[in-house]
Design a protein around this ligand. Structure first.
Ligand SMILES: [Zn+2]
Ligand SMILES: [Zn+2]
Length: 250
């Protein structure tokens, strides 16, 4: 009798070119973070606004993770070039087979998010630091990129039955997304709690009906139906072939 896991859709192995691309993105992100640490420690002293700006950057990164996740779950076709196989389909496959994310290695898990964080980290480095407002802007951009960077790793930890002790500690403190908060997204039809970095935005966005309102507006303007393909995939999971070259996200 076949193992049930064998019948679930899975991410395919990534190509060598994809692995090199993801490794390069991670190396660039690490290099930019090191440059930012040196630049900020040389140019900034203890400023009263550092903590609030960094908190704001963390909340913004969480909100951005929700927007990207919501878009990938809800709109567009997985047949779209680049975005389809690399962003949309992996998120949708993850709904049917969440455990597959745990099988992905560090580079596969984090490489594409690192690529997405690069413009923010590079932007932070390019902002001139003569004035205090610009210093705060640079810290916000750098903080946003730094918080966004581990988004999919945090998501993976939220699915892990027994993550490392420091991670459990951060989850308990509510500084990163925890299992309980993320479980709510994995209830069909996967239409709430999209934020997967800190998870801070999930409850407020659900309380004000942010994503349903956005979906209503988009349907009104375009006629497109939310989660059209995601629901079809849930009805016919055998249609979900392995995602070749797709990142391990969800
Ligand atoms: Zn998940
Ligand atoms: Zn989802």
């Amino acid at each position: 009798m076949p193992d049930r896991r064998d019948t679930l859709p899975q991410h395919g192995a990534t190509s060598l070119a994809t692995q090199l691309f993801e490794t390069a993105a991670l190396a660039c992100a690490a290099g930019l973070l090191a440059c930012l640490a040196v630049q900020f420690s040389a140019a900034l002293g203890a400023r009263w606004w550092l903590a609030p700006v960094l908190l704001l950057a963390a909340a913004a990164a969480d909100f951005a993770s929700g927007l990207v996740h919501w878009f990938a779950d809800t709109w567009g076709s997985e047949r779209m070039p680049v975005l389809g196989p690399r962003l949309l389909r992996p998120f949708r496959v993850h709904h049917l087979n969440p455990g597959d994310l745990l099988e992905r290695n560090f580079i596969d898990t984090n490489g594409d998010v690192a690529f997405g964080a690069l413009p923010f980290l590079a932007g932070a480095l390019l902002v001139p630091l003569e004035e205090e407002f610009l210093q705060a802007l640079a810290v916000f951009l750098g903080g946003f990129g730094a918080c966004a960077l581990p988004t999919n790793q945090i998501h993976k930890w939220a699915h892990q039955p027994d993550p490392p002790a420091p991670v459990r500690w951060l989850q308990r403190l509510g500084l990163i997304l925890g299992r309980t908060g993320h479980d709510q997204h994995h209830c069909v039809p996967h239409a709430t709690h999209y934020c997967i970095t800190t998870g801070w935005c999930n409850r407020p966005l659900a309380a004000i009906g942010f994503f349903p309102a956005l979906e209503w507006l988009i349907t009104k303007l375009t006629g497109a139906q939310p989660r059209h393909e995601d629901l079809a995939l849930a009805d016919a999971p055998q249609a979900a072939l392995p995602v070749r070259g797709g990142p391990a996200v969800g």
